[in-house]
Design a binder for this molecule. Structure first.
Ligand SMILES: [Zn+2]
Length: 348
């Protein structure tokens, strides 16, 4: 069996920089025509000038002859001025602004400590129609790690949407039933990305037979009822849900450590993982809109022209891939079987 999809995009991707960028970029280029590039470098991408430089480094790292469009984002801080938002809109290549609550995840210490400080920037984004991409977790250490997304909805997101009703928001990598239901019932200014790993795994995967650091990501995998709710949302046909891998490479040494980094590297086989999730749900016919249409439509960008062919065929993922800093990268589900394989990509 095989399926053909309009060429998809990845609406949430970490490419890193330097040697790491060189190592991971070809995997995403093989799978996707465009990607929303996360700005959490060190230092973070807080200005349009920095985004322009980063974009050029990505273009310079492209394999020969490859066609891939990096869609850049700015990292919102307590002091992002409205002027920077106007420059971002005028640039044409900055497509969104990312909100990391300070301390929520990898390289987020420069993130927002108080959203009310960001009001000049948010007002300008609302006016210009520039999407705000939200890492939707509170960072209060008193809140249980598994509850941080649902508490974020109650204490931050609802108030933000009320205060800025025209602001277009993507609730990134949702992981809970509460988030899926909230997005589905909200107005059309709110959409969400869903990762392949949150569609395929519940939190047992982190502890199956021992601690499995490659299944540790943020927001963390949740209970089975949440995974099931995400699958229902992704396969519902609602245009509010779309593909965002949140593929986030970390060197094996940094993952398999006493204090291992959060993030799953899925770029190598992203479409295969999504196809498996939709296939398991009996909803393969819903995959194309989720992967190739809904995100482009929300971002008000043209849908891609090319196509990809996926074939149902078992194959074994490599144990590791080359990575930067003399280390290697373990893809999610390294050395295990996948049930789908990306066969062919065409740009036309
Ligand atoms: Zn991310």
């Amino acid at each position: 069996m095989q399926i053909t999809l309009t060429r998809p995009d990845d609406w949430h991707l970490h490419l890193r920089d330097g040697e790491a960028l060189q190592a991971v970029l070809p995997h995403s280029v093989r799978q996707f025509a465009r990607a929303i590039i996360m700005p959490n470098l060190r230092p973070p991408v807080v200005t349009v000038a920095a985004a322009a430089d980063y974009r050029q480094r990505i273009l310079d790292a492209l394999p020969d002859g490859a066609r891939f469009e990096p869609l850049m984002t700015l990292y919102l801080t307590d002091s992002t001025p409205a002027d920077e938002i106007r420059r971002a809109v005028d640039s044409g290549f900055v497509k969104a602004v990312k909100l990391y609550p300070a301390g929520a995840t990898t390289h987020s210490d420069a993130g927002v400590s108080d959203l009310s400080q960001c009001d000049p920037a948010l007002a300008e984004m609302e006016r210009a129609g520039m999407p705000l991409l939200v890492h939707g977790e509170v960072t209060d250490p008193a809140i249980d790690l598994f509850d941080r997304e649902s508490v974020f909805i109650e204490t931050v997101l609802q108030a933000l949407l009320k205060r800025r009703p025209g602001l277009r928001v993507v609730f990134e990598h949702i992981t809970t039933k509460e988030a899926a239901e909230f997005v589905a019932s909200a107005g059309d200014t709110l959409a969400a990305t869903i990762t392949a790993h949150h569609l395929l795994y519940n939190r047992n995967a982190i502890f199956a037979g021992g601690v499995r650091p490659h299944y540790y990501c943020l927001p963390i995998l949740k209970r089975e009822k949440h995974r099931a709710a995400l699958v229902r949302a992704a396969t519902s046909g609602s245009p509010k849900f779309f593909l965002g891998t949140d593929s986030a490479p970390h060197a094996r040494r940094a993952k398999e450590a006493a204090c291992g980094c959060a993030g799953c590297f899925t770029a190598l086989s992203a479409l295969e993982l999504y196809a498996e999730a939709f296939d398991l749900a009996g909803s393969l016919e819903k995959l194309e809109a989720f992967a190739s249409f809904n995100g482009a439509d929300f971002y008000r960008l043209p849908r891609n022209k090319g196509s990809v062919i996926l074939e149902k065929e078992a194959w074994t993922l490599p144990e590791s891939l080359p990575y930067a800093l003399d280390d290697e990268l373990a893809p999610l589900r390294a050395g295990e079987l996948l049930t789908w394989k990306l066969r062919e990509t065409s740009d036309q």
